[in-house]
Design a binder for this molecule. Structure first.
Ligand code: SIN
Length: 489
């Protein structure tokens, strides 16, 4: 089915460097529809030269952009938000086409992305400093907030609009300039967003984007890692890559925000409202086909409610409609690529080989295409299984029974990751006890939908550091400068 956009020029095929669409090195990266494997278009497969040109532009633009009054930066960012919302249908179609999520979710993601842009447009005007009471006479002491400088943003494929928005909007709000490398699977939404940012009035050089394949990405990113002019890296992606970026940033001591892998537990206690827990689980787990860092990966259900939860959940999961974004009835789309489906299939096979039982799903859907996997519920999962230790990143729910609160807390925390956790309980004392005991950056309590622009999103342990969204999300792009003025007597 052809991609028909109200504004066809939102489909861009070039890098955006120093306010110009530039064609790149000649080599091309083919962008495909994960539902069919069909080519959508091609974009530059950039390398070191383009990375350097983008950085030169961002570095040259920084001294001017940081001096633009916050209110003016806020206006530009708010105009960007308006343009994004005005093109919600087109952007939603682009997201769904290159990423595979159902169209309703694609459009929903545009609204979600815009909520961050709007939020940071407003936050731009609240970069307040402090006047500190001086400990001696004749002095005035101040702490000012300043933009950190050039930011390199490396973004993932699972939310091609939202992840760009919640990195770039705070960077622009703070007065930073940006070089960005979007995920190789989903560069088109990012390029369209950059076009709209330019139309909103973001000046040349302030926001630069270069596209690159999986093979060429290291060449681009290494240029930015090596160069002391990049003062911050913001990255969402895997923990091994996050660790590499942290190691390589050490030589120039860049500031880092790392939103890395998760292994979220979802706990249903015996005092929970089971129907509410099933609803919350469906929302948390099956958004974007289970391809989110915060979606539950391990499901712990108390003995007393296990069978009720498992059967109600299986009925809901079996009823999910799987299909391409082009079918408006689809609730679960294709997975992003073959590697993703292979991992899911490996996790299910491993779980079954180790004694788990499939209640629903448990297989690929070749009739739909090679990137589809049936939404799956497993019972009898345990900590030895790959699906308990690694992030599956797909529509698989492995259920494990538990008997005591202490046992389930220990199991939930028994992972190097600490991004999100969820639990359902109606006991107010338990709610605070468990929320305190969970070693994660985010806890959903009787709630499966946790992300919002006003909330700090981020992890602990090997899920990374730094926060996106909220007032903390702006702080990550600022440093504090202390001024001490004497001789005032
Ligand atoms: C992510 O998967 O990295 C982000 C999910 C979200 O924003 O809810």
């Amino acid at each position: 089915m052809p991609l028909t956009l109200t504004r066809p020029d939102l489909l861009r095929n070039a890098n955006f460097i120093d306010g110009q669409w530039t064609p790149g090195p000649g080599a091309l990266l083919t962008v495909t529809d994960p539902a069919t494997g069909a080519t959508i278009t091609q974009v530059p497969d950039s390398g070191a030269a383009e990375a350097r040109a983008a950085l030169d532009a961002a570095h040259a633009a920084f001294p001017t952009w940081k001096k633009v009054p916050a209110k003016q930066r806020a206006h530009i960012i708010k105009r960007w938000n308006d343009l994004v919302l005005a093109h919600q249908d087109d952007l939603g179609k682009l997201i769904s086409r290159e990423q595979g999520k159902p169209l309703a979710e694609g459009k929903g993601e545009v609204a979600y992305a815009a909520s961050y842009i709007e939020w940071f447009g407003e936050e731009a005007t609240r970069m307040n400093g402090e006047l500190i009471p001086a400990p001696v006479p004749g002095r005035r002491m101040f702490a000012l907030k300043e933009p950190v400088g050039v930011v390199a943003a490396i973004t993932p494929w699972n939310f091609p609009a939202a992840m760009i928005a919640r990195k770039i909007a705070p960077a622009l709000a703070a007065g930073c300039t940006v070089v960005c490398k979007p995920a190789e699977d989903t560069p088109l939404t990012s390029l369209a967003l950059v076009l709209l940012a330019h139309e909103a009035g973001v000046p040349a050089g302030v926001l630069n984007i270069v596209t690159a394949s999986r093979e060429k990405t290291p060449e681009v990113v290494e240029v930015w890692l090596d160069d002391a002019r990049v003062r911050k890296i913001t990255f969402t992606g895997s923990t091994p890559v996050g660790k590499h970026l942290a190691r390589r940033s050490a030589d120039t001591l860049k500031k880092l925000s790392l939103e890395l892998g998760g292994n979220a537990p979802f706990i249903v206690f015996e005092d929970a409202d089971v129907d509410a827990a099933v609803d919350g689980f469906m929302a948390a787990k099956f958004r974007n086909g289970g391809q989110t860092c915060v979606c539950p990966n391990r499901v712990f259900v108390h003995d007393r409610v296990h069978d009720e939860f498992a059967s109600k959940l299986s009925a809901r999961v079996a009823a999910l409609k799987v299909g391409p974004a082009s079918d408006l009835a689809s609730q679960i789309g294709p997975m992003i690529n073959d590697r993703a489906v292979e991992k899911i299939a490996r996790h299910v096979q491993d779980a079954v080989a180790r004694g788990a039982k499939v209640l629903t799903g448990g297989q690929r859907l070749p009739g739909l295409g090679p990137t589809y996997y049936a939404p799956t519920v497993l019972v009898g999962a345990d900590a030895s299984m790959a699906c308990s230790c690694e992030e599956t990143f797909g529509p698989v729910a492995p259920l494990t029974r538990f008997a005591t609160e202490a046992e389930v807390i220990a199991a939930a925390n028994d992972t190097p990751f600490g991004l999100a956790a969820y639990f359902y309980s109606n006991d107010v004392r338990r709610i605070w006890r468990v929320a305190d005991a969970l070693e994660t950056g985010i806890v959903g309590i009787n709630e499966g939908v946790i992300a919002a622009e006003a909330a700090p999103f981020g992890g602990v342990k090997e899920s990374g550091y730094g926060r996106e969204g909220s007032t903390h999300g702006l702080d990550d792009y600022l440093h504090t400068k202390y001024l001490c003025q004497g001789q005032l007597d």
